[in-house]
Design a protein around this ligand. Structure first.
Ligand SMILES: NC(=O)c1ccc[n+]([C@@H]2O[C@H](COP(=O)([O-])OP(=O)(O)OC[C@H]3O[C@@H](n4cnc5c(N)ncnc54)[C@H](O)[C@@H]3O)[C@@H](O)[C@H]2O)c1
Length: 290
């Protein structure tokens, strides 16, 4: 470091009464951190949004509790992380159940002694208008997509505060921004955005950042499991301005960024990961300017 007398930046800043802002290092600050990823499992070798986030967080040196409702779904994620030299464990929980959310946080604390990151990734789909929708199904979508995030956060926040802060990433969807006939799902994902902003305000003073990722149509086991034709996949790719199909990895990268110290001054935001699909509207008359 240059001596202040020979460093014009330092001289200028001391003249206004503060030190020069130190430049950040290139690490993402995730080494040694402890993360919980809900819905971190996936069928077989498929790459869901949660599995991708868990693997990427582990690659950055985080220890990851991979939570899913079935061990069979969570284990392959853990196996991939361990095979690559990372640290992870599977935990079976239904995140719509408060006791399960508490047990999940306790498991991370007992195993690794702290909790820094929560990726609230669990979500289920639903199709149809309010007229089509079965009220019981509506309730279930709200429970799985919204209440689960409240319950998991409710259990995680005190543990994060005990460790000096943390980062929560809630997985929303572009269906909240551009509805298209999946009304219960859209409403639930809109609530996820409101929850994110409210929690960012509530817990910012505790050093906890809360952000959301809004993925576009990415090809995950959930999508594949519903049986998607090559033509439908091509249509989804064409819906983006980049003309390419997104994957769980694209969503996982956004989650890792928002969970990391690189996003240290970002909170209450929604990062849209959709290849530009939400920029698109119907084709208009090319002869008009607006
Ligand atoms: N795939 C897409 O195109 C897309 C687009 C926008 C948003 N999303 C969102 O991304 C998230 C993950 O999507 P995905 O496509 O990877 O889904 P996925 O179904 O492949 O994976 C979700 C995992 O969550 C688990 N899960 C479901 N309910 C649970 C519960 N109550 N408790 C514990 N685990 C539970 C499932 O077993 C599954 O392993 C969801 O919130 C979804 O709404 C997906």
């Amino acid at each position: 470091m240059a001596h202040p007398e020979h460093d014009p930046t330092a001289a200028a800043s001391s003249a206004v009464g503060h030190d020069a802002t130190p430049s950040p290092d290139d690490g993402d600050g995730l080494r040694g951190r402890v993360a919980i990823v809900t819905g971190g499992g996936a069928r077989g070798e498929g790459i869901g949004n949660g599995r991708a986030a868990a693997i990427l967080l582990a690659r950055s040196g985080a220890r990851v509790l991979v939570v899913d409702r079935s061990e069979q779904l969570a284990e392959p994620t853990v196996a991939r992380i361990l095979a690559a030299g990372g640290d992870a464990a599977a935990f079976v929980a239904d995140v719509t159940v408060e006791a399960d959310c508490r047990a999940m946080v306790d498991a991370a604390m007992q195993r690794w002694g702290r909790l820094d990151v929560l990726d609230n990734n669990v979500g289920i789909g639903s199709r149809g208008s309010v007229v089509d929708e079965d009220p019981a199904r509506w309730q279930r979508v709200m429970e799985v997509n919204v209440t689960s995030m409240m319950l998991a956060s409710r259990a995680a926040v005190p543990a994060m505060i005990a460790g000096g802060g943390g980062a929560i990433v809630n997985v929303s969807s572009i269906s909240a921004l551009r509805p298209r006939g999946l009304t219960a799902y859209s409403v639930s994902k809109g609530a996820v955005i409101a929850l994110t902003k409210a929690m960012a305000v509530d817990h910012g003073p505790d050093g906890i950042r809360v952000n959301a990722v809004a993925p576009g149509p990415v090809y995950t086991p959930m999508v594949a499991g519903n049986g998607m034709s090559p033509a439908a996949r091509a249509g989804r790719a064409a819906a983006s301005v980049l003309g390419t199909e997104g994957t769980g990895w694209d969503v996982g990268q956004a989650v890792r960024f928002l969970a990391s110290d690189r996003a240290r001054w970002i909170t209450g935001q929604v990062l849209v990961v959709d290849g530009g699909a939400t920029l698109r509207g119907p084709e208009r008359d090319p002869g008009t300017d607006h």
